[in-house]
Design a protein around this ligand. Structure first.
Ligand code: G4P
Length: 531
């Protein structure tokens, strides 16, 4: 259908990733300003306004100054319809970031020029590389004193193991930030900070590299340094290769300043030419083409209680093919049931709005009565298929959780189960006892804080948490294995998952080896049977 074709062709769906405070929110806000989706800076985070903010719905986020949830924003720019998937800015939530990346076709990595790849972000950015999607780097805050740009590129290459190709190049930084040089056009866009009614902006002019006035404009030493840098870059940096970019092996790098809106539009324009419309997705029957007539989507995120006023639960799905129309009947493949998706919605800046239609590449949130799981496939196609699953990360931190008020057993179990279904934590039980105690596994320790906070605030259950000294989890792969046969060792804990499958927790990798040596034929796996 030609109408679908046009709509899908113009979709671009990307995730935005950064260390807290690197400027993700500011950059997103500038994008939205270009798209006309908002008309006031500060609307995204709601810092400048008292309105409820989209990417800041949980008190804990404010307390910690990090974003632990992700949201989706859509805007139009230059004949493209762009979906931005926000991600949590802390590596303790890197599994959540990975799931969000599954729904994206490319990623934008925001780096603070004075900090480079920060310890907390390493894991987060590495997750990005795992997905093999195009990664674009925006090195932000050039209006502040920055690290040497060559060192920054070096760091990205070493830390993340991908090559970099600067598209533009900074001239100075901080108070001496003169502008950027565009390596394609040989033009220099000069930077001059101006203050307009409290907001910071940059004024810029374009000059050709060969322009006689350039030396006077930049000053002799900056001019000389620029010419040196250009020579060095042409000799040393990786050549631009679109093929490598599309495989996520080469990251185009841009320097700019989101706050002063310098280099943002230029970045957006390049980004749109270097990215493609939605790509085919793997499924159990081969690749599903986004331009297929049939609608299909998969769930990549479930989030409960986004709005305290009504305790809702939203399943976010990425549309992989065709067109979604409100009221259409779809098959929830895993549940084996036909259904209508209720209250389909999208986020536009700070508004949630009910939608009538959406296309491949878009993300929609639907009301979830508790039936969806992460990775589920939804389609109206006659061929029954499943999209490729979303891997679960093995938890590395474990804690025993007890509710303080035993009368609140029901709320406690409901809360902890729902939070586990969202994929924020994994829950287990002691091997030889009932459900009195729950053992929680998490990829990052901050997830425990979120769990405690949410159980108290959303489910009214105070809990006591005791951390356990284990770091590795293994499922037993042998069929019908009798745990009593296990020749055990110290530093080992026997547990089971909520389906009763036996599992082992280890304090270190050596104890895993010792156990395997002692128990011939024992097969262990890092991943659960249902994953
Ligand atoms: P995040 O979402 O990645 O956590 O970062 P966010 O955009 O909230 O930016 C973090 C801080 O860095 C903010 O300052 C923001 O104004 C500032 N910032 C972002 N981009 C730039 C830039 O290009 N140059 C400079 N100099 N600063 C930048 P804040 O003081 O924490 O908050 P606010 O009160 O100014 O909003």
């Amino acid at each position: 259908m030609s109408n679908n074709y046009e709509q899908i062709k113009k979709r671009r769906t990307f995730a935005i990733i950064s260390h807290p405070d690197a400027g993700k929110t500011t950059l997103t806000e500038k994008f939205l300003l270009y798209g006309g989706a908002i008309n006031q800076a500060g609307s995204v985070k709601g810092k400048a306004t008292s309105k409820h903010a989209v990417s800041d719905w949980m008190e804990i986020e404010k307390q910690r100054g990090i974003s632990v949830t992700s949201s989706v924003l859509q805007f139009n720019y230059d004949d493209c319809c762009i979906n931005i998937l926000d991600t949590p800015g802390h590596q303790d939530f890197s599994e959540d970031t990975y799931r969000t990346l599954m729904a994206a076709d490319s990623a934008v990595m925001v780096i603070d020029a004075s900090k480079g790849v920060e310890a907390q972000t390493r894991k987060l950015f590495k997750v990005c590389v795992l997905r093999n999607i195009p990664i674009f780097t925006f090195i932000n805050k050039m209006d502040r004193d920055a690290n040497d740009p060559f060192d920054l590129l070096d760091e990205i290459e070493k830390e993340l193991g991908i090559k970099t190709c600067p598209i533009n190049w900074p001239i100075g930084s901080g108070k001496e930030f003169k502008g950027v040089y565009d390596r394609n056009t040989n033009h220099i866009t000069t930077f001059k900070a101006i203050s307009t009614g409290g907001s910071k902006e940059a004024a810029s002019t374009e000059v050709d590299l060969k322009d006689d006035s350039l030396k006077a404009m930049l000053g002799e030493s900056f001019h000389e340094k620029l010419l040196e840098d250009i020579e060095l870059l042409d000799g040393a940096s990786a050549e631009f290769d679109m093929e490598e970019v599309s495989k996520g092996k080469l990251s185009p790098v841009f320097f700019g300043s989101a706050l002063t809106n310098f280099g943002v539009e230029n970045f957006l324009q390049h980004f749109l030419t270097m990215t493609t419309s939605p790509l085919p997705r793997n499924s159990s029957v081969g690749k599903i083409d986004p331009f297929d007539e049939d609608f299909s989507a998969f769930v990549f995120k479930i989030q409960a209680n986004m709005n305290k006023a009504h305790r809702d639960r939203i399943a976010f799905m990425r549309i992989c093919s065709g067109k979604f129309e409100a009221g259409m009947e779809v098959l929830h493949v895993q549940g084996g049931k036909k259904m209508k998706l209720s209250q389909p919605q999208q986020l536009m800046a700070q508004e949630r709005k009910i939608i009538d239609e959406a296309y491949a590449g878009d993300i929609i949130g639907v009301f979830d009565p508790g039936i969806f799981s992460i990775g589920d496939t939804i389609t109206n196609s006659n061929k029954k298929f499943l999209f490729e699953g979303i891997p679960t990360f093995a938890p590395e931190h474990f804690a025993r959780v007890r509710q303080i008020d035993t009368m609140k057993r029901k709320q406690f179990m409901k809360g902890i189960t729902q939070i586990a279904q969202e994929g924020a934590i994994q829950i287990f039980q002691e091997f030889n006892s009932g459900m009195e105690e729950i053992i929680v596994g998490a990829v990052g320790v901050l997830q425990f804080d979120v769990l405690k906070y949410r159980l108290e605030n959303e489910y009214g259950c105070d809990i006591r948490m005791e951390s356990l000294p284990y770091e590795h989890i293994r499922w037993i792969e042998n069929e019908n294995y009798d745990m009593n046969d296990l020749k055990t060792i110290s530093d080992l804990k026997k547990i089971k998952d909520m389906k009763g499958n036996p599992l082992l927790l280890f304090a270190n990798v050596w104890s895993i080896k010792t156990l395997l040596d002692r128990n011939e034929g024992l097969k262990l796996s890092e991943f659960g049977k249902n994953m």
